[in-house]
Ligand binder design. Structure first.
Ligand SMILES: *Cc1c(COP(=O)(O)O)cnc(C)c1O
Length: 376
């Protein structure tokens, strides 16, 4: 049995090695390292896959969020509502742009932002909502769009963990996560569901004007070469990464389907255990299982993690500290106990290895050891 990884990127590479090697060497031989044809082709292919009018590639997921917020012309002091249970990047860019992050609690079943809590947090200064499609399922977008419409707010989807997830509206129409709000932001960090071999990211929108502005901001605010209309940033997806992503995009649906299969097997094996709550997701979103994250009850989590490590099984805590309890985000507005769901999740969740390349024997070995610990 091959050594178990949280995400087995080597096995994935080996299955497409020839194609990836040729693509990378092709870029090197072309010397079109920056904004070469591979970038434009990847952009067009991703637009077609997502059924979105504009994909603007950029350097990473954090930049995608930042450039999107700059493109929406958000101003210092504007309030931006986001979830207290997320990766730090979401709140980081809000704070960096001198906007005011307003954290709200999440839904205990889906781990995604709770629309009822968004509604309570709205003030005259609120300008945008940033739902995070955490661990691979789409947040409650219909409710969020309804709030945004009533209060005239932008919706910036952080879809770094949910690329490929499908969301179904009440009328039966569907859309890909990240193409539902005003703008969507994703990351191609190697371990994401669609990952490159370095850093990468992209912004999605159906709004022509906004796309033009975002593209300009990501390229030094430049309209025509050496003419700068806005203060921008330098945020590019390089051609080698685009070439690798082009090799992987055609496999994204099968990668996500395999992740779901792995998650279903975990759910089947662990779901009825009294000490565990396995992931639940509403029927109107598919789950692409960027992480398989379960809640533990009356279990010494650190001891479980150590036990698994002693069996060479990695496990991770996503995320151990709620944003409002992080040193950098300490704020007089927040106290311990304010976001009970987030705090409970940070204290009780554990994520098991999941990737398209988990083998059945690896998975049975993981399950056996988790159950050994829980039943001891
Ligand atoms: C990975 C991630 C990001 C940031 O992406 P980078 O490419 O690492 O900058 C942002 N938000 C969420 C929810 C993420 O998981």
């Amino acid at each position: 049995m091959r050594k178990i990884q949280m995400v087995d990127l080597l096995s994935q590479y080996e299955k497409i090695q020839q194609q990836v090697d040729e693509a990378v060497l092709g870029v090197i031989r072309s010397t079109a390292f920056i904004n070469g044809p591979e970038v434009k082709q990847f952009q067009a292919e991703l637009e077609e896959y997502l059924k979105v009018k504009h994909v603007i590639p950029c350097a990473n997921g954090t930049d995608a969020l930042q450039v999107a917020m700059m493109g929406l012309n958000l101003q210092p002091g504007d309030e931006v509502i986001t979830a207290s249970f997320t990766y730090v990047a979401t709140a980081e860019v809000i704070a960096l742009l001198k906007l005011t992050p307003v954290l709200v609690d999440v839904n205990p079943d889906t781990f995604c932002i709770d629309p009822a809590e968004i509604e309570k947090a709205i003030t005259p200064k609120t300008k945008a909502i940033v739902p995070v499609h955490l661990f691979g399922q789409t947040a409650d977008m219909e409710a969020i769009l309804d709030i945004a419409k009533r209060h005239n707010l932008f919706v910036i989807e952080d879809t770094a963990q949910a690329i490929g997830a499908d969301y179904t509206f009440k009328d039966g129409s569907t859309a890909k996560a990240g193409t539902i709000g005003t703008v969507g932001c994703t990351s191609f960090f190697p371990s994401k569901n669609l990952g490159c071999y370095g850093d990468g990211g992209a912004i999605f929108t159906n709004d022509d004007e906004l796309a033009k502005k975002i593209r300009m901001i990501a390229n030094h605010g430049q309209s025509v070469q050496y003419y700068h209309d806005e203060i921008g940033v330098n945020s590019r997806l390089d051609s080698i990464q685009a070439a690798i992503l082009r090799c992987k995009l055609p496999h994204l649906d099968s990668y996500n389907a395999r992740r779901l299969e792995v998650a279903n097997r975990y759910n089947e094996a662990l779901g009825s255990h009294a000490k565990v709550t396995v992931p639940q997701w509403p029927s109107n979103t598919t789950h692409v299982f960027h992480q398989y994250t379960m809640q533990l009850h009356d279990v010494d989590r650190a001891a479980l993690k150590d036990y698994l490590a002693s069996k060479e099984i990695p496990a991770m805590i996503y995320y151990p500290v709620p944003l409002h309890m992080q040193k950098a985000y300490t704020d007089a507005r927040y106290t311990a106990g304010m976001f009970p769901v987030t705090e409970q999740l940070c204290a009780s969740v554990i994520s098991l290895p999941i990737s398209p390349d988990v083998t059945p024997d690896q998975q049975e070995y993981i399950i056996e050891n988790v159950l050994n610990f829980l039943n001891q």
